[in-house]
Write a protein that binds this ligand. Structure first.
Ligand code: NAI
Ligand code: MG
Length: 352
């Protein structure tokens, strides 16, 4: 029997509530599809740890994860820890240290969910945001100067490399070729005059390797408007780190709740483990109440199964998710229901 070594990092807040739900679903699928999952839990890697010991994870954290087949993460973030500390202390080192340069964020409007966007009908909206995940606007190049003086300033450089942009574009074009054959590139080459024209040139260059994909590009501001006005027209949307981050939260809202949205941080070469995590954060406003929507975490676990070579098991999960939403009125609060995390998960397990 194939066995997969999974690292579990629940993190903070609702991360610790949604990850056990995902694990329950995974175990059912392992039994049904005949694969094993061995978990190593890193319950302590969190903002609590940071507050106690001054670091989100141990110094050899990446080495502890290196031999795992995949990482399943909840969320990090705590009201008493600055967000850049929690993000750069755990998530970003893993994404960068393991060269997870593709951040894949699929979105679907499920039957039974009322999107806040009138035109976003079930079945008609089903697309993927491919976000560049290790360079771009989220860079450490820059600094702060003259702290405390009236001439205080901050400089932050965006870093776009030919290799880094090309590989994520190739992944996105390849995905579009396997899906609906359409790709939209998010740009802003009218306002950002160095990096974005470079991005556009590379899009045109890489496109020539995928003649079967019809592609276009939109400035990010207009694209944001089109997400709302015509969400059904997209198939694969490729974007830089910052643009992809924003677009995928917008896409999640169109699907009804950020609590639904999953993400995969992929190292396509499989030289390092990939990491799967819901798009949402630690949600301190609802943490500890047991009411978080576990769907984002559960769908992320399904993406992990797909990555580990179990596409049929992954499809069982998305089918069950679609089933709960279409056939029952069991919903967590963010989707207008009253079910707790546990009640929703039980219903899903029943349908599985
Ligand atoms: P958030 O995603 O935690 O919450 C935004 C809103 O959506 C809140 O009202 C929350 O209650 C709701 N929400 C989120 N997930 C939900 C779920 N599964 N079920 C029901 N409702 C849900 O984003 P926010 O408030 O901007 O950030 C909170 C903390 O999380 C911050 O410290 C932030 O840095 C961190 N964060 C961490 C991320 C990660 O670990 N990947 C991603 C985004 C934020
Ligand atoms: Mg985000």
């Amino acid at each position: 029997m194939t066995n997969h070594r999974i690292a579990l990092i629940p993190g903070d807040g609702i991360g610790t509530e949604v990850l056990p739900a995902a694990q329950q679903v995974l175990d059912v699928l392992g039994r049904r599809h005949g694969f094993g999952l061995t978990y190593t839990s890193y319950d302590d890697w969190s903002c609590e740890r940071y507050l106690r010991e001054g670091a989100m994870m141990p110094a050899d954290g990446l080495d502890q994860l290196r031999d795992k087949d995949a990482i399943l993460l909840g969320a990090v973030g705590h009201p008493e820890v600055p967000d850049h500390v929690s993000l750069w202390g755990l998530l970003i080192p893993i994404r960068r240290g393991f060269r997870q340069y593709v951040n894949l964020r699929p979105i679907r409007v499920f039957e039974g969910i009322e999107s806040p966007v009138r035109t976003a009908r079930a079945g008609a909206v089903d697309f993927v945001v491919v976000r560049e995940n290790v360079e771009g606007e989220y860079s450490q190049v820059g600094g702060r100067f003259n702290s405390g003086f009236p001439d205080e300033l901050a400089v932050q450089e965006a870093v776009f490399t030919r290799a880094g942009v090309s590989r994520v574009l190739d992944y996105a074009f390849g995905l579009a070729a396997r899906r609906g054959g359409r790709l939209t590139s998010a740009t802003k080459s009218n306002g950002i005059v160095h990096t974005m024209p470079f991005w556009d040139e590379l899009v045109a260059e890489r496109a020539s390797g995928f003649p079967q994909v019809a592609w276009d590009q939109e400035h990010i501001d207009a694209l944001a408007a089109k997400f709302v006005l015509e969400p059904g027209r997209f198939d694969v949307v490729v974007a830089s780190n910052l643009f992809g981050d924003i677009l995928s939260d917008l896409a999640a809202a169109i699907a009804g709740s950020i609590g639904i949205a999953p993400a995969a941080n992929l190292n396509p070469e499989r030289a390092y483990p990939s990491m799967f995590e819901p798009v949402h954060g630690s949600a301190p406003d609802i943490a500890g109440q047991g009411v978080a929507n576990p769907l984002g975490a559960i769908w992320s676990a399904a993406m992990m199964l797909d990555h580990l070579g179990h596409p049929a098991a992954a499809k069982d999960v998305t089918d069950a998710v679609a089933g709960v939403l279409a056939k029952t009125d069991v919903r967590t609060r963010d989707l207008g229901g009253t079910a707790t995390t546990a009640e929703f998960t039980d219903k899903l397990l029943e349908l599985l």
